[in-house]
Design a protein around this ligand. Structure first.
Ligand code: KG4
Ligand code: ZN
Length: 355
């Protein structure tokens, strides 16, 4: 089955084709990704210091169809050869979601194809299964596994019992980790999106100059809180006066260390609690090198296998949507949607997805 994935939940238009036979066979799963095309609106939103929803929708409209053509060309397929469509139904910006939904539904209706709406985070959560490191033989023994979802809008630890069956073990009570990175970047005068910029600056930082809090580090729950950390950065910026590049780098490393320590501690607790031996890490912050170093050490200590999506699939993309659509339709073909409505879910708890 060839599945065309369409992602337009925020500021990236992502299109991809996945061949589901690669998941069912003994082939490595990632080889089923036949082609993908991505357009990032980051440059446009950079001017405003964050995503402007109306501009995002307009750009998705402008770019989606050429991108679909480009992706089909890379996949060496014609549109009628596609068997099913998967689109991001939520959560995200309503107008942006509606663009991908309208396009996907129109193609499905016009060409009588199957269609499925995907939860954006389910896409992120399953994308590490496209890692070249996932051996074909491990596909069968994968579940249950733990997932750390760290993006601009979410920070959650999930227990993945099966495809579509997710239990939230812990989540942020306020800001998401990526949001804390973006806000810290703004305070340090760095460009949007802030995560990669803070991470790079932190590489030059000296430890020990700043002490920042580790919110909820010793709490009994697996929940997170990053709002206080961001306020602590603000307090340091205000009390430091004009900051040299080195001082900014020192504050950046103190911030990154605090985030990484909290994330690793909660993952450690979740591994102990569940007895899981596999952790998948997904979402934009999963691209962070300091977090990867911290989790690598944790993996060695706990003997847990840690899977990441290929680096280009850490941030928003169409491949994760095509792939999630493939896995869900393979498991339960009745999940295909036959309604004509353009319903999107800007807010949608992951635990409410169907399986
Ligand atoms: O998953 P994503 O692309 O979009 C959603 O939020 O769904 O994640 C974007 C977030 C942004 O907050 C961005 O600053 C952060 O991921 N991010 C990073 C890095 N790359 C992206 N944060 C820390 N280090 C990075 N290397
Ligand atoms: Zn995302």
């Amino acid at each position: 089955m060839y599945i065309l994935g369409i992602e337009t939940s925020c500021d990236e238009t992502g299109i991809a084709v996945y061949d589901s036979r690669f998941w069912e066979s003994n082939e490595p799963a990632h080889l089923g990704l036949l082609g993908q095309s991505l357009f990032s609106q980051v440059k446009m939103h950079e001017l405003y210091g964050g995503v402007v929803p109306e501009l995002a929708s307009r750009d998705h409209i402008r770019i989606s169809l050429p991108l679909i053509e480009d992706c089909l060309k890379k996949s060496q397929l014609k549109l009628p050869e596609i068997d099913a469509l998967a689109y991001t139904k939520g959560p995200g910006l309503a107008g942006a979601l509606l663009v991908g939904t309208s396009i996907a539904k129109s193609i499905a209706f016009g060409l009588s194809k199957k269609i499925i709406g995907i939860h954006h985070l389910e896409g992120h959560l399953l994308s590490p299964l496209l890692s070249p490191e996932l051996k074909s033989s491990s596909k069968l023994h994968l579940f249950p596994f733990l997932a750390l979802l760290v993006s601009g809008g979410h920070t959650q630890i999930m227990l993945v019992k099966d495809i579509g069956v997710y239990e939230t073990l812990g989540e942020t009570l306020d800001d998401a980790a990526g949001e804390a990175f973006d806000k810290t970047a703004k305070l340090l005068g760095l460009s949007y999106p802030g995560g990669p910029a803070v991470s790079q600056l932190a590489e030059k930082g000296h430890r020990g100059r700043f002490q920042l809090p580790r919110p909820l580090l010793h709490s009994k729950t697996l929940d997170f809180s990053f709002a206080g950390l961001k306020t602590a950065v603000l307090t340091q910026v205000k009390s430091s006066g004009p900051m040299s590049e080195q001082l900014k780098a020192d504050l950046a490393i103190a911030f990154v260390d605090a985030v990484v320590e909290v994330l690793c501690k909660k993952v450690n607790d979740a591994l102990t609690l569940t007895g899981c031996k596999t952790l998948v890490v997904a979402g934009g912050v999963g691209a962070n090198t300091q977090l990867r170093d911290g989790l690598k050490k944790l993996g060695k200590k706990t003997n847990a296998k840690i899977l990441y999506p290929p680096l280009d699939l850490c941030t928003d993309n169409g491949a994760m949507i095509a792939f999630a659509g493939a896995l869900k339709l393979l498991k339960n073909p009745s999940l295909a949607d036959s309604s004509l409505g353009f319903d999107v879910k800007p807010r949608w708890p992951l635990s409410e997805v169907l399986s």
